[in-house]
Each structure stands twice: as C-alpha cells, then as structure tokens.
Design a protein around this ligand. Sequence first.
Ligand code: GDP
Ligand code: MN
Length: 377
Amino acid sequence: MDLYEHQARDLFAEYGIAVPEAETVEFAREAALAAERLGGRVVVKAQVKTGGRGKAGGVKLAADPAAAELTARQILGMDIKGHTVRTVMLAQPVDIETEFYVSYVLDRAAGTFLAIASAEGGMDIEEVAATRPEAVARIPIDPAEGVTAAKAVEIAVAAQLPPETAPVLESLWQVLIREDALLVEVNPLVRTTDGRILALDGKVTLDDNAQFRQSRWGDEQQDPGADPLEAAAAAKGLNYVKLDGEVGIIGNGAGLVMSTLDVVAGCGARPANFLDIGGGASAQVMADGLSVILSDPDVKSVFVNVFGGITACDAVADGIVQALETVRLTKPLVVRLDGNNAARGRAILADRAHPLVEQVTTMDGAARQSAVLANAG
Ligand code: GDP
Ligand code: MN
C-alpha cells in the first residue's frame, strides 16, 4: 500500500526528519484559513498516489490565502494519471538551493535493500537516471546491519550529497524498518538557501504482509480511489480483481485462476473479474466470493473452477450450497469440481438441483459453457 504524501510527511516528521509545516484539506473553502495559519504564502499540492504531480500541474505556488483557495479549487478534482485529486496539502514554501534524490528500496532480485541517491534530484530524476546513470549512486545495504552512521556517510559521499544529509539518511532507514516499508523515497530532499535540509516530498510503500502489526494504517484499506468491489472484497479478506469482460471467475489457487482466465478467453468470452478463494473454500468464503462476483453488473455468467486438494470438493460443494442460502443467484453458475472427493462434491450439488447451477466435469467444457451463457446473456 502506498501512502499519500501528507502521510509520508507526517511519518518523516515523527522520525525527526525536517519537513515544511503543512495542512491537508478536502475543500477549497478550507484552503484560505489553512494558508493563513501557515503564513499566507503556500505551495498547494495535489494528494494522489502517483508521481509526476509537478509536471501535471498538481503543485502550485499561491501568493496569499485567497490565491491558495483559488489554486486548491483548480487542483481538487483534477485527474493526474487516472487518479482523481480528493485532497490537497498546503505547505509553507521554502527557498531551495539544491534538490537531492534519496530512496531505499527492497531489491528482490539481489535479496537486499538498495540505497539510491543523487545530488541531482527533482522532477527530472528519471531523465538523469536514464541519460547519466553515473549521477545516481546505488549502494546495497545489508539488512542485518542497516544504515549506520558510517553507512549514511558512505551513501552521502557516493552520491555527492552534503554531509548534513547523513542524519536524514539514518532516520529515513528507521522509517523503512520500523514502518515495514518496501520503499521510502524523498524527491526532492533539499538544502534551503539558509542551509537547512528538508524533505519536500515523500513516497512510502508499506508491505501489506506486515499490516497485522501496523495497526494505525487499518483505515487506509478503504482507499476511495480503488474499485468499490475490490475494496469490499479486500474488507472480507478476498483476492478479487476487476477486469472488463463478462464471465465472473472463482477459483482456488492463483495458478488455477490464471489458467482459467486463459481458457475462458480461448472460448471466445472475456473474464469480468476473478476471485481466488485460496485453500480454505469454506461456505462463508464461497458466500462472500459469490456475493462480490454477482454484484458486478458486467457479469453475465459465473464459472466456479475448483481443483480439490487439501480442501476437498465436497467441502467446496457444501460451501456453494450454503452460499445459495444467503446469496440470491441471479446469473447462471457453471461449476467444475475435480480432484479430492470430486464425486461426493458433484453429488451434493446434483442433489441441491438449483435451476441456475450447472455442472460440467472438465475445465475446458465448463469454460466453453460459461462463455456460451455469457454471450447469450
Ligand atoms: P512531484 O512532481 O509529484 O514529485 O511533486 P514534488 O512535491 O516533488 O514537487 C515538484 C517540484 O516542485 C519539486 O521538485 C520542487 O522543485 C517544487 N517545489 C515543491 N515544493 C516547493 C517549495 O516549497 N518551494 C519551491 N521553491 N519549490 C517547491
Ligand atoms: Mn517529488
């Protein structure tokens, strides 16, 4: 999960990294007062979970509170790379002498962390990295040792950053480790004309696998930018992904679900979404999964493709039967059960004899049937 800039900024401040004074508002009419409290002149910044806001017109200087309100009005509602701006941050402007780039990122291939830093930070860092890679230092960090004072100096020297940035490099590492982040990035980290080192922008990507021990971000799961059904599924702990076809797909296990998408596409229909119910296809999971899939108005038919392993097919069939008690089936459901206890599972569904539930024993056959039903619906 990515944090918004204002959240990253608050975190940095908590870890002792200097940041400009700032306030975040949702409505333009709140911007004037906020600007007033911040001293009048402010930078108005779109809060979206994507980079390149500056180049997209999402970062603007306002000379006084009235201008701040006008600028906030312009920026709120703006679309930046597919992200709608719902909040803006107002920050005290600073006089920049130099812009630096610093980040720590998990390097999965190398199995370590990487410090990436450059004395030529700012909005053109991608271009600097592409045209003059030597201007961007890349230093592996042993995760067991982390960024010690000595390591911070090493990074600063390698990237030709001034020595005053070293303490920031140390604190930023603490953000990464203690917050369970996969990425922390400050671009720009600036030296002001009066010699202070400030983080002017921040990007933090948290490791979702660590969410259980990072309780303060719980509410963030309900990202208003996300698809509402994806949010509803996530709230129920389901892995649901929205696509743009017409066949709803439920399967157990990522590999089976992925190949189900391919087979359905091969039968001349397009997947509307997919949901991986994983290993424990309990009645509750089935009911939750079906209700999410059926809430998608694009769905014309549903294909439940289960290969019983640890979870036996009769348990899955029981789950479907119980789900039919609580979820009103409105679209045809094609079920293919195979693997562990397939015969028992098929018998359970046959006994239930729901008029909209049809069983097909092979994956190809079931995919073809759900495609036919989707194209007919
Ligand atoms: P991004 O485009 O999404 O990375 O947004 P940033 O927050 O990094 O802002 C883009 C650029 O705006 C920065 O690289 C700075 O050059 C400039 N900027 C942001 N805040 C200030 C400020 O307080 N004073 C000045 N002079 N420039 C700023
Ligand atoms: Mn930036």
